[in-house]
Every structure is written in C-alpha cells, then in structure tokens.
Design a protein around this ligand. Structure first.
Ligand code: 57R
Ligand code: CO
Length: 443
C-alpha cells in the first residue's frame, strides 16, 4: 500500500518485480493487489514483454521503432497499440476505502467518457511532452535564440503528436521566460533575444490531443547560484497536497510553506524565496487552457478560498518562486492571445460608418476568420499567425481585443533584476488515484 498523503514525487507501487515496466508517468494512490496482465505504457521496442502474455495474445509484435534525434517520429509509429495503459491496469487502479471496486470502475468509465478528460488522449499528449522536453533539456544552450528554442520545441511537438488540425497539435504558445519574466513571453517575428549564461529560463509548453491539453513547465539555468531557487519551486510543485476535497486556499498555503522555507544566495546577496502571489495554477478545459466547466484557480499562497477540488477535475499545478517582490505585472510587447470561450459573434453593422471604416472592419473580420480556422479557443501567438500566412493582422487583432472577442496576455514580470523559477505538472483527479499525467524521469 502506498501512503495517500505522499507527495506527487512518490511512485505508487512497491511490487516492481511483478509489475510491467513502469510507465513514464507517475500515478498517486494505493496499488492494487490484483495480478496484472495488462499492456504497458512503454513502447514495445525492447521485446521484453512477459512470457505469460505470449500465451494469451496472438498479436504480432510491432517492429522496433525508436525515436529520432531531434525527435520527429510520430507517436503512432512508436506506440502502435496506443500510449495508454488499459483502464483496468492495477498501476492506475487501487483498492480504496472510498468506493467498491465496481463503483470505482463505473466512475472511471464515466470520466473516460467525459470528453474533457478522456485518458487516452491525455496520455498521448503527455508522452509527446515528455519526449519533446527531454530533447529540449538536452540541447538548449546559452547562445541560442529564443526563436530557435521555440521552433525546436514546436517542430518536435507537431511531428510527434502528428499534427492534424483541431484533432492534435500545439496546446498553446511556447513560453520561454527569462529572469524576472515569469510567464507569457514567446518571441515575435523580429525578436533578437539570445539565451545568456547568467539567465534563468522557464520553458512552458503544451500539447493537445482532441482538445485535451497537457501543460507542463520546467526551469533551466547555467549558474549554480540559482539551484536553491529551482529546488524550492520544484519541491513546491511536488508538494503533493492536491486531491479530491482539498480546499484551494489551504493548498495554496501548503505550497507557500514549502516554497518559502528556502533562501537563495546569488553572488554575495541572500534572498528569501517568495511565492508569486498573483500567479496561479488552473483547471484546464476542452480546448481551453484556463477554464473548463467550473474554472478554478490554484493559488500558490495561503488564501481563504474554500472551493474544493473535485473528482474528475483536470488541473495544471504550477508554482512560481521569485527573489523579487513576489508579484508580477504585465510588461512588454504582447505575443500571446486567445479567443474568449464565450466571445460574442461579430456583428456586421457595429462599425460606425462602414464605407469609411470598411477596410479596417474587414481586417478585423479577416483576423477572426483566421483564428476560428486555425486556433478556435486555443491560445496562439503572433508567430503562429505569421506561419499560416497572415499579414498585417495587428490592427484587426487590436479591434478584436477591444470588442471582447480576443484576450491579450502580455508578459508577466516581477521587479527588474529579480529572478523567477517555475515548475508545472498537469494532474487528473481520478476517483482513486491522482494521476500526474506529465510526470517524467526528469521532473
Ligand atoms: O501558466 C494565451 C496562454 N495559464 C497560455 C497559457 O495564471 C496559459 O495568470 C494561459 O496563452 C494563456 C495567471 N493567473 C492570474 C493572473 C489570475 C497564469 C500562470 C501562467 C500560465 C501561463 C497560465 C496562467 N493561467 N493560465 C496558461
Ligand atoms: Co503552463
């Protein structure tokens, strides 16, 4: 049995020798004692499947397919039988005091059938995230441009997820946030920023399969002075206190406690690590990075929010630490945008004098058509508009923002000169286990 209060860093099973190879993602909760003859989450490339399995299944073994470097092999080639462990895998199911086995399975199926949380799509998106970030973490170096870093991640994502319109693709713009910038920076076309040795960079990217977005982020630095800041944030994200019936305000307090138990010495100066009080984790909805049926925010400081996390909910748990004030403000040129889920439709005649404003009016309509065609409510950035051939769109975009159809998300920065770090995982609150879907060997 596994301690349910364990942090999300804990693996669930103590029966490694009887289990199939551990899937690359972690699940929290109690392990089942049932015998296992399920399929595994790892690619069938090593031919290490158990003998017992051969008797039962006449399925042909898939030919060995390995990932390329840089990663460009689609998941359907690596995992011809799908990424997800089957629904009844004891790795994901557990004996529980909450419900009987039959009830559990029923609830699990309900969640599986809920388009917002279909397990197989989530696991596919998560596997793409793990493989793309593994390469990013190996290859990102000072001297690279922000654009190069983003394009590597985005090309990897498009290839591995086998990009296909709204069916599968990028979940939101790649965030490459340096130093005091905590979130929402992605280079625009003219950007000339290069990564430097002394920078601390948060890489935040997302993958979507059938609208289920996996959102996960990590921090890189080449200056050992930042290590404590990075550890503080990683530990805070892994606090492991999230779960069904947990109150959001209390969870924020637990996260803050871990975060603020650290200090960091940079050069000769020592700083307390602060949780950034006005950044939060969030529920993830179908094609909506921040939302879902009941959009909830996960604070990273103690608040009196009594709202509870609920069964079946899907959360991005992200924490941000800072050597600065611990507060961010919007600053700098915007790159990130998203159509509002409840955006009003364009009204034909709401432009004052159409024959005067005609061209400008059309620019707004053209921008909206492009957004509807390529992104819907998924966040996008200016580079993604450039890429689909859109030109001179800024005026149209600006109008859509004024009309409350599109929301702009400028970079979020703490004080100049401060250093910030971020770690983020996507979790699924299943009836009996908390599945950290984006968990990998790296973080
Ligand atoms: O993770 C438009 C995006 N997200 C891309 C990602 O919380 C996100 O701001 C959103 O492109 C939009 C936050 N809280 C308050 C100020 C209320 C942030 C934390 C950073 C980030 C980028 C995020 C947030 N909310 N949703 C994902
Ligand atoms: Co994120």
């Amino acid at each position: 049995m596994i301690d349910k209060t364990a942090g999300i860093t804990e693996q669930t099973t103590t029966k490694d020798e009887e289990m199939p190879p551990a899937p690359p993602h972690a699940v929290e909760g109690e392990a089942d004692d049932d015998d296992d003859d399920d399929d595994v989450a790892a690619p069938d490339i090593g031919g290490e499947k158990k003998k017992k399995k051969k008797k039962k299944s006449k399925k042909k073994k898939a030919a060995a397919v390995v990932q390329s470097d840089p990663p460009r092999v689609g998941l359907s080639k690596l995992f011809p039988n799908g990424v997800s462990p089957p629904l009844m895998s004891p790795l994901l199911f557990s004996n529980s005091f909450r419900t009987t086995s039959e009830e559990k399975r029923y609830i699990e199926r309900e969640i599986e059938n809920n388009p917002e949380t279909t397990y197989s799509s989530i696991r596919r998106a998560a596997e793409v995230h793990r493989q793309v970030r593994a390469h990013a973490r190996r290859t990102i170096r000072p001297g690279m441009s922000m654009t190069e870093i983003c394009e590597n991640i985005e090309n990897g994502t498009r290839a591995l997820v086998e990009e296909d319109g709204f069916e599968a693709g990028i979940g939101f713009p790649t965030g490459v946030n340096l130093n005091e910038c905590a979130a929402h920076f992605s280079p625009n076309a003219n950007d000339k920023t290069y990564l430097k040795e002394g920078d601390i960079m948060k890489v935040d990217f997302g993958v979507q399969v059938k609208g289920r977005i996996v959102d996960s982020a990590f921090t890189l630095s080449w200056n050992p002075d930042y290590e404590n800041l990075i550890t503080a944030v990683q530990e805070a994200t892994n606090t492991g206190e999230a779960g069904i019936d947990v109150r959001l305000g209390e969870l924020g307090g637990k996260i803050q406690e871990v975060m603020e138990s650290y200090e960091v010495t940079i050069g000769t100066k020592t700083y307390p690590v602060k949780s950034i009080e006005n950044l939060t984790g969030h529920t993830i909805g179908l094609y909506q990075i921040h939302g879902g049926k009941a959009g909830k925010s996960v604070p990273i400081v103690k608040t009196n929010d009594q709202t509870k996390m609920e069964e079946g909910e899907y959360f991005a748990i992200e924490t941000f630490g800072s050597t600065g004030r611990g507060r961010v403000a919007e600053s700098g040129e915007c790159s990130h945008y998203a159509k509002l889920p409840d955006a009003p439709r364009l009204r034909k005649d709401d432009s004052l004098i159409k024959h005067v404003l005609g061209t400008l009016h059309n620019r707004r309509a053209r921008s909206l058509n492009t957004i509807n065609k390529h992104f819907g409510t998924l966040p996008f950035c200016r580079r993604y508009l450039d890429r689909v051939g859109e030109t001179s769109y800024l005026y149209g975009l600006q109008r859509l923002i004024k009309d409350g159809i599109v929301h702009d998300y400028p970079p979020l920065k703490d004080q100049p000169g401060s250093m910030t770090a971020q770690f983020e995982h996507t979790i699924l609150l299943r009836p009996t286990v908390k599945e950290v879907v984006s968990r990998g060997e790296d973080y």
